[in-house]
Design a protein around this ligand. Structure first.
Ligand SMILES: [Zn+2]
Length: 327
């Protein structure tokens, strides 16, 4: 399935009203890792080193920014953008968002949901530039805004209380926060919610948005914030198991185990977006030697041919591992 086909599917789903009626359509952007090798040297120019707590390189893996349609009852993965050393999830996410909105059309979606890594001016300005709203997790990486919101919300009882999947939720909601330097918004709105299960606080989270108070209710914002999780929870697994986007051959054909998965990922990595150079992996060695892919695996077969690549990294989807917990 090609990237264009996924975009076409998303547009068709919207036209045919597959998405839950009345819901705003979200695009969740998030980073995930895919593929892994225990080697101390990189295999290709997209390999990023993994370090232990003593800063020793313990392996390499690939990382991508991913985007999915969320918030509408079904989660639909759209695209991924890899980032290698010297690049970042944030910058890859911006490339991805720009590309996706230009394919989908500016009026396809209503908002972008993302975690706190994306709570920075370049990303939020881009969201606005492409005609969308943002709902992004607010944490201590924006200490000034976070601190101001804490002070305001701690000084009063919740603005609203409601039930969400049987759990009590208290929410605080306030607009009118000053944008920080570089952010082109007129003002920033912040919500905080506390979720309780059996009387205990299970989740406390802050989110920032540019949605005006009179356009979107606190509860609607809460749902949009929650929709971000769908990209990790459902998106790629759904794609693999229900929509036939998993094209990996049986594991035995790949040589088995982690390296097989790694090899498949390196193969499919080659199918990633245009700016990437085509990887040339060395003829394989099996058995976990650093920096090599299994012999006869698709990593060797697939990396060097441009013609018949799928436009989406199906193996990346298969190997995506959630990094974070729900918020
Ligand atoms: Zn690599």
């Amino acid at each position: 399935m090609t990237r264009d086909a996924l975009v076409a599917t998303a547009r068709l789903a919207k036209c045919n009203k597959v998405f839950a009626g009345g819901s705003r359509i979200g695009l969740a952007v998030d980073g995930t890792s895919a593929g892994h090798t225990g080697g101390s040297t990189s295999v290709c120019d997209l390999c990023r080193p993994q370090r232990d707590d003593k800063d020793v390189v313990i392996g390499h893996r690939h990382e991508v920014a991913a985007i999915s349609v969320v918030g509408v009852g079904v989660s639909l993965p759209l695209d991924v953008e890899p980032y290698g050393p010297g690049d970042s999830e944030l910058v890859a996410g911006q490339r991805l968002l720009r590309r996706c909105v230009s394919s989908l059309g500016a009026r396809f979606a209503d908002y972008v949901a993302a975690d706190a890594k994306f709570a920075c001016a370049p990303f939020l300005n881009l969201v606005q530039e492409v005609g969308l709203h943002a709902i992004v997790r607010l944490k201590k990486n924006l200490p000034d805004l976070f601190g101001r919101a804490q002070v305001r919300f701690n000084s009063r009882p919740p603005d609203q209380t409601f039930e969400h999947r049987g759990e009590r939720v208290e929410i605080w909601d306030e607009g009118g926060f000053q944008p920080w330097e570089g952010l082109n918004w007129r003002q920033v709105r912040v919500i905080r919610y506390l979720q309780y299960r059996a009387g205990k606080t299970t989740i406390e989270a802050y989110w920032l948005t540019d949605y005006p108070m009179d356009e979107v209710s606190s509860q609607a914002l809460f749902k949009m914030a929650k929709s971000r999780w769908e990209i990790e929870n459902e998106g790629f697994n759904e794609a693999k198991t229900r929509h036939g986007m998993e094209h990996l051959p049986p594991r035995r054909q790949l040589g088995g185990g982690r390296l097989a998965a790694d090899g498949a990922w390196h193969r499919d990595r080659a199918a990633l977006p245009k700016p990437l150079p085509a990887p040339r992996h060395p003829p394989g060695e099996v058995g976990g030697r650093p920096g090599r892919h299994p012999e006869g695996s698709l990593s060797d077969a697939g990396c060097t041919t441009q013609a018949d690549r799928p436009a989406l990294p199906s193996a990346a989807r298969a190997l995506v591992v959630p990094r974070r917990q729900p918020d």
